[in-house]
Design a protein around this ligand. Structure first.
Ligand code: IMP
Length: 183
C-alpha cells in the first residue's frame, strides 16, 4: 500500500519506494564486486527484513542463496535488551560459507551483536552485515556493519517491513510514525 492509505499516521515520509530501490541497487552492486568469485549466502532476520531481502536479492546479477532466522529479543518497551532466543534457526550449515546478514534496521545493535557472535561460532568463512537503516546509537557498537543503506535520526519509523504492533509492514515507503498512533 502507499501513504494515502495511512494518511495522518505518518509525520513524514523518510524514503520513497524509489529511493529505497535505488539505494538497494547501489548496495547490491557493491556487494557483487566485493564477493566476486565467492558463493554468497544471504541470511534474513524475520520478519522485518523480508522486503529488504526480496528486493536486494533481485538486484543481483549472480546466484545467491537465501536462508532465514527468526529470533525474539526481550526488551523493555521499544528497546531491546540483547537477550535473544532463536525461534527458527537456519536450514543451512554455514560452516565454510560466506554469510551476509540482511537486516531492516539496527537500533541499539544488541540483537545483531548476539546474532553475529552466534553465527561466527558455527565456523563460517566470513560474516558481514547489510542493513537498510541504521540509528545513531548503533554507530557506537563494536560489530562492524559493512553495508548501510541510510543513517537515520533516532525516531520510530515504519513501513517496508518495519512495523508498529504488526501494522505498516506492507507500506511501500518508510515514514516516521505520528506520536498519536503510539501514545
Ligand atoms: P536493536 O537490538 O536495538 O538493534 O533492535 C533492532 C530491532 O528493533 C529491529 O530489528 C526492529 O525489529 C526493532 N526496531 C528498532 N527500531 C525500530 C523502528 O524505528 N521501527 C520499527 N522497528 C524498530
Amino acid at each position: 500500500m502507499d501513504e494515502s492509505h495511512v494518511e495522518g499516521d505518518l509525520v513524514d515520509i523518510l524514503y520513497s519506494e524509489k529511493q529505497i530501490q535505488d539505494r538497494l541497487a547501489e548496495l547490491a552492486q557493491q556487494i557483487e564486486t566485493d564477493y566476486e568469485g565467492r558463493e554468497l549466502l544471504l541470511v534474513g532476520v524475520l520478519k522485518g527484513a523480508v522486503m529488504v531481502m526480496a528486493d536486494l536479492a533481485r538486484q543481483f546479477n549472480r546466484h545467491v542463496e537465501m536462508d532465514w532466522m527468526a529470533i525474539s529479543s526481550y526488551g523493555a518497551g521499544t528497546k531491546s535488551s540483547g537477550v535473544v532466543r532463536i525461534l527458527k534457526d537456519l536450514d543451512t550449515d554455514i560452516n565454510g560459507r560466506h554469510v551476509l546478514v540482511v537486516e531492516d534496521i539496527i537500533d541499539t545493535g544488541l540483537t545483531l551483536s548476539w546474532l553475529v557472535s552466534n553465527l561466527s561460532s558455527r565456523g563460517p568463512a566470513s560474516v558481514e552485515i547489510c542493513t537498510l537503516l541504521r540509528k545513531p546509537e548503533a554507530q557506537q557498537m563494536t560489530v562492524d556493519v559493512k553495508y548501510v543503506g541510510y543513517d537515520i535520526p533516532d525516531e520510530f519509523v515504519v513501513g517496508y517491513g518495519l512495523d508498529f504492533n504488526e501494522r505498516y509492514r506492507n507500506l511501500r515507503s518508510i515514514g516516521t510514525l505520528a506520536p498519536h498512533v503510539y501514545s
